[in-house]
Design a protein around this ligand. Structure first.
Ligand SMILES: *Cc1c(COP(=O)(O)O)cnc(C)c1O
Length: 467
């Protein structure tokens, strides 16, 4: 961004004023960074002073629904629209309510990592994924004709479709699938000079696959490319991949972060700077990737979140840590019950020691700020699990249809327990072959455990399994 030297004195006055405000903001961010996770989640950057001086004393952050901001004069307008001063010019790319949410997420993902972070909130998780990956899939001057990226195949169904259809089929960008994301050798074998980034999901939805986050970040960096990770299922309460070297973290805010289930949203959080060999004239690309995406591609493409949705997410996020603790413990109890049930032949849950990904998850998934006297944090594995019902697929459907408290929906991350059969819902479109590769048989019921009393959930499952 220019320092505005070529502008008139009126514009410069606004730049000076903005500089002072930014200095204040910076100091405030440094103060907030010293607070605990829960305090940041509850307050973010919204302060008593801001409430009293600017918002009629409102205890809760106001929802600004106005699509645009008005300016004091032409100088302020020019300074704002030339990006010389921070501005709420237009809600498609800058809105005060969305901004509160962006800062809470940036600070929570960066919590105790010692890294600078920035965040962009988008209309949905899918748009966050698209914006994150597309910025690395641009044609470079004198670059190769054929480019690729390497991704775990154990990813959300929508992401799989996006990569295989929108990227590979429609744009001819090669997606090199890694079938065993825990196997570093498989990743290594698929990378070459034309690989633009590595992409993984941990834990993955619905298989709960996991990867060695630190090793993958190191591997990516040894090729001077970024490591992108979707950690929707973990949330920053259970894992902060930036701590282990990840460059960009993606969330579907629609899930556990907005557990109340009233809003769709996505977020992209970057460590500043990221590792990349992509040449971009704008220094923000490397220095603050989320900021770059926000002010350029995001502005031009347009998947902005509604400020109301940002508010729902912000409100649910305040108690994220204690909620993830509770639902993880509930899920553990339900999974332990199902593991011993004669009608269930397999339970997939990261919290079960026999589960293949348990060891890796144990290394990475820990409840933030839960250090006991010995200084180690408590493991918590989230609230997503799945179980497989004995016999033909019709049996799984019967059990599913008999659930009474647990909802049947292609949804998850809720405060209410929800079950689905991935093969006929979330993973229907990708076809039998891809489902087999990803180990999603029709006997599998995905269950995301909510905050109900676990005894009631166990009773519901027990009666449903009594077929
Ligand atoms: C749901 C989900 C997405 C997509 O998010 P939307 O908000 O539905 O667009 C991406 N990744 C994971 C892991 C998800 O569960």
């Amino acid at each position: 961004m220019s320092d505005g030297a070529e502008y008139g004195s009126g514009v410069k006055k606004y730049i000076e004023e903005a500089k002072k405000n930014l200095e204040q903001k910076k100091k405030q961010i440094e103060r907030v960074k010293k607070l605990k996770f829960d305090t940041i989640a509850v307050h973010g950057l919204y302060t008593v002073e801001e409430a009293l001086e600017q918002n009629q004393g409102a205890v809760i952050e106001p929802v600004y629904l106005a699509a645009a901001q008005a300016y004091r004069d032409s100088d302020e307008m020019e300074a704002a629209l030339a990006y010389l001063i921070p501005t709420w010019c237009y809600t498609r790319f800058a809105n005060p309510t969305t901004y509160y949410l962006e800062w809470v997420l940036a600070l929570l993902e960066g919590y105790k990592t010692g890294c600078e972070t920035s965040c962009l909130v988008t209309a949905s998780g899918m748009s966050a994924i698209m914006l994150a990956v597309d910025s690395f899939l641009v044609k470079q001057k004198d670059g190769p004709e054929k480019i690729n990226f390497v991704s775990s195949i154990q990813i959300y169904g929508g992401t799989y479709q996006h990569f295989s259809i929108r990227k590979m089929q429609e744009r001819g960008i090669e997606v090199r699938w890694v079938t065993h994301p825990e196997d570093l050798e498989e990743w290594k074998a698929k990378i070459d000079e034309d690989t633009r980034f590595l992409y993984a999901e941990a834990p993955s939805n619905p298989q709960q696959a996991f990867c060695d986050v630190r090793a993958l970040a190191d591997l990516a960096h040894s090729w001077e490319i970024p490591f992108l990770i979707d950690s929707t299922c973990a949330t920053p309460a259970l894992m902060r991949p930036i701590e282990y070297g990840a460059d960009i973290v993606i969330h579907s805010l629609t899930k556990s972060i907005t557990s109340g289930g009233l809003a769709i949203g996505g977020a992209l959080i970057s460590r500043n700077p990221i590792v990349t060999k992509i040449k971009n004239d704008n220094p923000l690309f490397k220095e603050s990737f989320a900021g770059y995406v926000k002010f350029l591609p995001f502005r031009d493409i347009g998947p902005a979140a509604s400020p109301i949705n940002a508010m729902f997410a912000l409100n649910d996020l305040r108690t994220l840590r204690s909620k993830m603790d509770l639902v993880s413990q509930n899920c553990q109890k339900v999974a332990d019950f199902l593991s011993h049930h004669p009608k269930v032949y397999q339970v997939d849950f990261l919290g079960i020691p026999q589960f293949p990904y348990h060891r890796l998850a144990k290394q990475y998934m820990k409840l933030v700020d839960s250090e006991g006297e010995n200084g180690t944090e408590v493991n918590r594995y989230g609230h997503l699990m799945s179980f497989r019902v004995e016999g033909p697929p019709a049996n799984a459907r019967r059990v599913f249809d008999r659930l009474q408290i647990i909802y049947r929906a292609g949804d998850m991350g809720r405060i209410k327990s929800i079950a689905t059969i991935p093969a006929i819902s979330t993973h229907l479109q990708q076809g039998e072959e891809a489902r087999q590769l990803a180990d999603i048989p029709p006997q599998m019921i995905r269950l995301c455990v909510g905050a109900e009393h676990p005894d009631d959930l166990i009773a519901d499952l027990d009666q449903a399994l009594n077929i």
